[in-house]
Design a protein around this ligand. Sequence first.
Ligand code: G6P
Length: 608
Amino acid sequence: MCGIIGYVGYRDAQPILIEGLKRMEYRGYDSAGIALMQNGSTQICKTPGRISALENKLDWNGQPSHIGIAHTRWATHGAPNEINAHPHADSTGRISLVHNGIIENHDTLRTFLERKEIHCISETDTEVLAQLIAYFYKGDLEKAVRAALNDVQGTYGIAVMCTDEPGVLVAARMGSPLILGVGKNENLIASDAAALLAHTSQVIYLSDGEIARVTPEEFRTTTLDAIPVTKDVEEIEWTLEEIELGGYEHFMAKEIFEQPEALRNCLRGRLDEQHGAITLGGITKYTRELVRARRFILTACGTAYHAGLLGEYFFEDVARVPCETEYASEFRYRNPIIDDGTVVIAISQSGETIDTLAALREAKMKGALALGIVNVVGSTISRETDAGIYLHVGPEIGVASTKAFIGQFAILTLVGIFLGRRHHLSQPAAHELLKALARIPDQMSEVLAMSDQVRLVAERYQHANNWLYLGRGYNYPVAIEGALKIKEISYVHAEGMPAAEMKHGPIALITEGMPVVFIATHGNQYEKILGNINEVRARGGHIIAVATAGDRKVADLADQVFYVPDCPEPLQPLLTIIPLQLLAYHMAVLRGCNVDKPRNLAKSVTVE
Ligand code: G6P
């Protein structure tokens, strides 16, 4: 979704802002723009397309500007063209603004402004806000922003500047992330920590309903009602190297290949395989509530939802606690029943997905203990949960989630074993699972070593436009995650489903040569899946199977086999997903798709 950056300080703002935009490119966008102030006037340059197009278009006079704002846009109101791109200015050009979010009452505000003879030139909700701030401006930008925001309904992360106050940036937040980067004689504002890291690791996370007035030397934070708020300066843990490519061609490849290390980091300090113990610092103070919980609801979107679905299988199978997983977008609006003893766990890589955040708030409002499994430290979801567990898998930049999925499920297995021990799981059984979990990173490396083999298969099927992904039990969520991967980055139509469901309709799609991916590892439904493979074969489908190392039966039935090392069935998804990630990756590369920034998609979905 949209990315925002603002700079005020002693250096030239332009390269800092452009570099910051590039760091946020991965979030997904369709147009970009920059506003720089010099000698009391603001110049705005914007364009549809990439940041490089904006750079080419920038025709600057060579004079440095010490204050500016910039934006990458993911269109919500109005087409992704130049006029709708941000920054937006008021009719006099005095106020300029970048915005992430949606002003829901923009029509009402537009009518109000029109009655005052103030006319907008773009279709955006954002320009309305710029005009409204200018309308309220009487010599104090912070006051004008506050007055305007008090009339606004919706979500926003904004950065605003005014030619009458050339050393001041004003930022405000409601529902869209905004971080203040604290430097020496310079300060920054951004919607994403990645845009700040090159300059500072000292940050302040603004909360909803807060406004910051930022100058090169200081910042002041207040509420929408002008009550001062004291904020802690926190340290970002991620390094610049971690958010760079490190020799890989794409972030997705880097993130797939660093999964063994990511999993080790995720498990470090939490899993003691020698003694069979688990330490989950973030949630231990709620152990009593967790043990007494009567029901768990896991809620998330996209890939995180698939990890949640695996968590549901694991919680019920291993921990023997009732659990259901629900799309956050459904949960938030369907007035769910949350009785006493319900624990809701929100799962999110970014910690900013608006539907997941809203689901969490709904759960809290109804009295549930609300926990989070989140990757981005300090993100909104992580701050709004009662307690939680960070993934510690490092920054994920590729839009298609890979290592975060591994981390999310790994954390769920730890929570599941932790709960299981307090219910029916014996110490030896828990110990066996933990020992197996500790072996997974090495086994992952074995699976990754077959990347070239997977590429050959991708080459063979690169022109196929319809795929089915089928699995049973734990392999079913893996199937739908595999299908999602190939859809989102290769633009191939793929459907994932429980293998048995195929017979209730999708089998009609199977024609000679259609690729059908089966996740067919050893487990309690192994014989059943062999039956399903035969059904597809009988109709001419081509079988691409993920199977347990050495399995001859599957090899005899399949056209292609990817072997994964043996491990306990509940942990297999940590291995079986890898060939499917690789398949999607190689397909996308072969089909010439933009792997890290697939069309129409965004890394962090901050609108409904
Ligand atoms: C977007 C991303 C997906 C991700 C989903 C949920 O759709 O493209 O990769 O799984 O959002 O994101 P979250 O940050 O909440 O895990």
